[in-house]
Structures are given as structure tokens and as C-alpha cells.
Ligand binder design. Structure first.
Ligand code: ADP
Ligand code: GLC
Length: 487
């Protein structure tokens, strides 16, 4: 099966969050299952190209795409992943993608991703390569199903091509004023109240993806159910309900070559379930680096997260003053909303030995916190899948999570499962600071019972969230999308 996997970010090249982890790992597993995969991403100026040499692709004719009245010349670069043979294509348009970051709040954000999407399709045309599936991810690729069905329907190359749209986060909808219709060259017939590209008078790239892709999915089973309710659906619940027959949830896998304590290249001390001593060494190393006292008997709480309300920073901000007074140390890494950042900094100044806040993006520190922490905190308001709790399970860093989305599917409360001893973390349900505090306290109390703690750690470490089973489910979904295309 030929799969074009299109994404606005992918590890190791460009990352703001979990979408990059998924786009950097699922294509490789699909290739291992026999698919021919081409991954297409923008060529940002901030690409990490450490291990890859890019070559300019020479086409017979130049690639140029329009957005409204303006034409944009495109260069395409490529490289190949030697292990999996996935080919990676990079869309170069310096005026649009050289902004020092992946996403912007600039007023041409719509144009940046209109051009990316059209250029991705035109790259396939110039390569004369017919994908069976175009796998689109989040709003930045939501117009592709529309383009394939309408704007490029003349091209026989895509006669058999089906599209899959994966929702990684309903909170980001690619909403733009009605004038974007013209820039995107969306057919007028798709823009009237309730039409595929219209969302309360605005253009929504996300809605176009949901309504016009041949199949739609999201990244965990529970989030797929949640999305059908007004509480979680972000206004798209009705649109999703109409697609209910083709809408499923597949939990994300992870790449254990990058994210496991045995193989992690970014931590000073590797370790495994058989011998956890390296974990303690990592804790010592991290605390030392951050200028905090090392106290073996006191649990280290880790957080690596975008600092936004989705991730539970409302309730964390409310509870943090009390949390830091528990007998524990906290290390937080993340960037985001100033109002939460400032609150955390204020508390960290009052309790320097108990809380260290690192307000930046740093891959190595993210790995080190996973490896060094005893307890990992994710109190999300909503969480489509969440990868850090899955990493935490493997690193023996027992997760404390709110019961929502992928967190509910992957973390099982110790106390609730005490009979069969299958708990791998601590789970709370109600979104408030008190319940967060109470579950953290439960975890801290259990930490003092060394045998019990080890049991909970090992329950998590033995779980397998590698892509093997989820990638097979994607293959099934691709087959369904192909059936939907012809029926
Ligand atoms: P989301 O995609 O919603 O941000 P996920 O849990 O799916 O949440 O994935 C987040 C990914 O981004 C993880 O790989 C995490 O380690 C990484 N990450 C988040 N913030 C930072 C940061 N400040 N520095 C380094 N990595 C980060
Ligand atoms: C989104 C979600 C996160 C998910 C990731 C990858 O960013 O917020 O929960 O793990 O996408 O699918």
C-alpha cells in the first residue's frame, strides 16, 4: 500500500508536541508492515537535520502554487530513513516557513498552511506517485481531503486515492475569516451555513477534514467517545456524530528506541525493570544539575508539558502552594501561558528546594525528567492521547493523571485495582485542585512503601505501547477508507 503521510511536524526534524512524535514514528512502523511511505512536512528554518542530508528534488517542471492572487514558488527537498526506507519530503517556501517557529500568530497563518497542503499534493503529482492513502493530521492538513475531492479531482493520479483524517486535538481548529475561502480556493458550494468548510460563518480547515475525508479517527478510544459530547467536542460534536460510522479511536504507539530507559541516548544512566539502580543515579544527576538537594527518600515529581489550560494548569496553579508543602520535590519543564508560568515562578521562589520551574523547550531535559522522576503528573482537562504518561510507564515514573481521553485508557488506578494488583498509577476524576492534591498525596504515601512502589512501577514498565498493534489498526482503517472511497 502506498501511503502519503502529511504533517506539520515530525521528529526528529521539527517538534512542538506529540503530533511530531507520532509523525516521526508511525510512518516507520507502517513501512515495516510493508507499506511504501512518503512523509511530507514543511521545510522550516528551525529544522533539526543532524543525521540527515537533504537533496533538492529536480522535477521536469517547477512547482508553484497559488493562494488567492499570489503565486508561491516551491522547492522540494528529500532524504530517506535508511532503516525503514521511509522517504521524507520537505516543502521549501522561505517567505512562509522561515519564521523561527513552526506555528505563528501572523496574519498569513492560513496562507502558510494552504500553500503547504497544495504543495504536498503537487509534489505527489510531480513525482507521478499515486498514493492509496493520504493520511492527514490535524487542521494544518484538513483541506487535503477537500482538495482531492474537488480541486484536484481532474487528476487521474488520485482516482483511487482515499484520505484519512486524524484528529490529534480538537482544541485547534484552523478557524479563519470567510475571506480565507478565496485564498484557499475552496469551491463556493462548500461554504454555506452547515456546509463542509463553514463553521459559524468562518472557514474551518478542521471541519473540512472531518467532513470530507473518507475515514476519520482520533488518538484514543475514550477521546473518540468524549468528542461526541458537547463538553469535549469543541462545537464539532454534531459534525462528528454524522461521521460516527467511520469514526474510531486508535491509541498512539511510541518509539521505544527513543523513549525507553534501556535505550535512551539522552540520559546519563540507562536502566531496566531488572535493575532500577540507574534511575536513582539519574535522579541524583538531575537534582544536582538543577541545584536542588538530593534526598533519596523523598519522591521527585516530574512534569513535561505545554503550559496551557488543556494540560490542567488551572487546577495545578490552584493547588501548587499546597502540593509543594507535601514531602516531595517538583521539577517542571514547559512553555506556554504567562499567567501560569508567573504563578509557578512565584511559588518556586518561595520553595526553592521543593520546586524548580524550567520555562523553555529542551529535549534532553524532557528525557532526563522522565528517567529521574519517581512520580509523573498529568492533570489534564482533556487529553486526546498523551504520550508522556506512556513514556512514564516505561521509565518506572508512576503517573498521576486525570481520568480523561488517552490518560483514562492507559493509566489504571492502583487503589481501584488493588484486588488484582494491576494498577500502574493514580487516577482522579473531578477536575479540581483538591482531587489533584488528594491523588498526589496517595501516590506520595505509597512511595514510602518500597515493595508496593516497586510493584506499581513494574506493572507500568512491563506494558507494551510500541506501534506494533496500533499500526496494524491503522492499516485496517486505510482499508476501510478505500472502501468508503468507492461506496
Ligand atoms: P501534546 O502533544 O498535547 O503537547 P503529548 O503528551 O502527546 O502532548 O506530547 C508532548 C510531547 O512534547 C512529549 O514528547 C514531551 O516530552 C514533549 N514536550 C512538551 N513540552 C516540552 C518541553 N518544554 N521541552 C521538551 N519536550 C517537551
Ligand atoms: C495532541 C494531543 C495529545 C496527543 C498528541 C499526539 O497534541 O494533545 O494528547 O498525544 O496530539 O496524537
Amino acid at each position: 500500500m502506498n501511503v502519503a503521510f502529511i504533517s506539520s511536524e515530525a521528529v526528529p526534524f521539527a517538534k512542538t508536541g506529540g503530533l511530531a512524535d507520532v509523525s516521526g514514528s508511525l510512518p516507520h512502523q507502517l513501512a515495516r508492515l510493508g507499506c511504501k511511505v512518503k512523509l511530507i512536512i514543511p521545510k522550516y528554518d528551525i529544522l533539526n537535520l543532524e543525521k540527515y542530508d537533504l537533496e533538492k528534488v529536480n522535477f521536469d517542471s517547477p512547482v508553484s502554487v497559488s493562494a488567492g492572487e499570489k503565486k508561491y514558488d516551491i522547492n522540494v527537498f528529500s532524504c530517506i530513513d535508511c532503516d525503514s526506507k521511509v522517504e521524507i519530503y520537505f516543502i521549501e517556501q522561505n517567505e512562509l516557513f522561515n519564521r523561527g517557529k513552526i506555528y505563528t500568530e501572523d496574519k498569513d497563518e492560513d496562507i502558510r498552511f494552504i500553500v503547504f497542503q497544495k504543495a504536498a499534493i503537487e509534489t505527489l503529482q510531480h513525482l507521478n506517485w499515486a498514493p492509496d492513502i493520504i493520511h492527514c493530521n490535524d487542521w494544518q492538513t484538513g483541506l487535503i481531503p477537500l482538495y482531492i475531492k474537488f480541486n484536484y479531482s481532474w487528476d487521474k493520479l488520485f482516482r483511487k486515492t482515499a484520505t484519512l483524517f486524524t484528529i490529534h486535538n480538537i482544541g485547534y481548529q484552523g478557524l479563519f475569516p470567510a475571506s480565507t475561502l478565496f485564498k484557499a480556493e475552496i469551491p463556493q458550494e462548500l461554504f454555506y451555513p452547515m456546509a463542509p468548510a463553514e463553521f459559524y460563518g468562518q472557514v474551518s480547515f478542521l471541519k473540512a477534514g472531518i467532513t470530507l475525508a473518507d475515514s476519520v479517527n482520533t488518538v484514543s478510544r475514550t477521546y473518540a467517545q468524549e468528542l461526541l459530547s458537547p463538553e469535549f467536542g469543541g462545537g464539532m460534536e454534531g459534525v462528528l456524530a454524522e461521521r460516527q460510522d467511520d469514526f474510531t479511536g486508535i491509541v498512539n504507539g511510541v518509539d521505544y528506541d527513543i523513549w525507553s530507559p534501556e535505550k535512551d541516548k539522552m540520559i546519563p544512566h540507562n536502566y531496566s525493570a531488572d535493575d532500577l539502580s540507574g534511575k536513582l543515579e539519574n535522579k541524583k544527576y538531575l537534582l544536582n544539575q538543577l541545584g536542588m538537594p538530593f534526598q533519596k527518600e523523598i519522591p521527585l515529581m516530574g512534569m513535561v508539558s505545554r503550559i496551557v489550560s488543556q494540560k490542567g494548569f488551572d487546577i495545578l496553579a490552584r493547588a501548587v502552594k499546597y502540593l509543594v508543602q507535601l514531602n516531595a520535590q517538583w521539577v517542571i519543564l514547559g512553555t506556554g501561558d504567562k499567567k501560569y508560568e508567573n504563578k509557578l515562578i512565584r511559588i518556586a521562589k518561595l520553595y526553592p528546594n521543593h520546586l524548580k520551574v524550567n520555562l523553555y523547550y529542551n529535549e534532553e531535559l524532557a528525557h532526563l525528567i522522565e528517567a529521574a522522576s519517581d512520580i509523573f503528573i498529568m492533570p489534564s482537562l482533556y487529553e486526546p492521547c498523551g504520550l508522556n504518561q506512556i513514556y512514564s510507564l516505561k521509565y518506572g515514573s508512576v503517573p498521576v493523571v486525570r481520568k480523561t481521553g488517552g490518560l483514562a485508557d492507559t493509566v489504571h488506578d492502583w487503589d481501584a485495582n488493588i484486588q488484582n494488583e494491576s494498577g500502574n498509577g493514580f487516577v482522579f476524576e473531578n477536575y479540581n485542585g483538591y482531587d489533584l492534591y488528594a491523588s498526589v498525596k496517595r501516590a506520595v504515601n505509597c512511595f514510602n512503601d518500597k515493595d508496593l512502589w516497586k510493584k506499581i512501577q513494574l506493572n507500568g514498565m512491563k506494558q507494551d505501547y510500541s506501534w506494533q498493534s496500533s499500526a496494524k489498526k491503522y492499516l485496517e482503517l486505510y482499508k476501510n477508507a478505500l472502501i468508503n472511497k468507492v461506496t
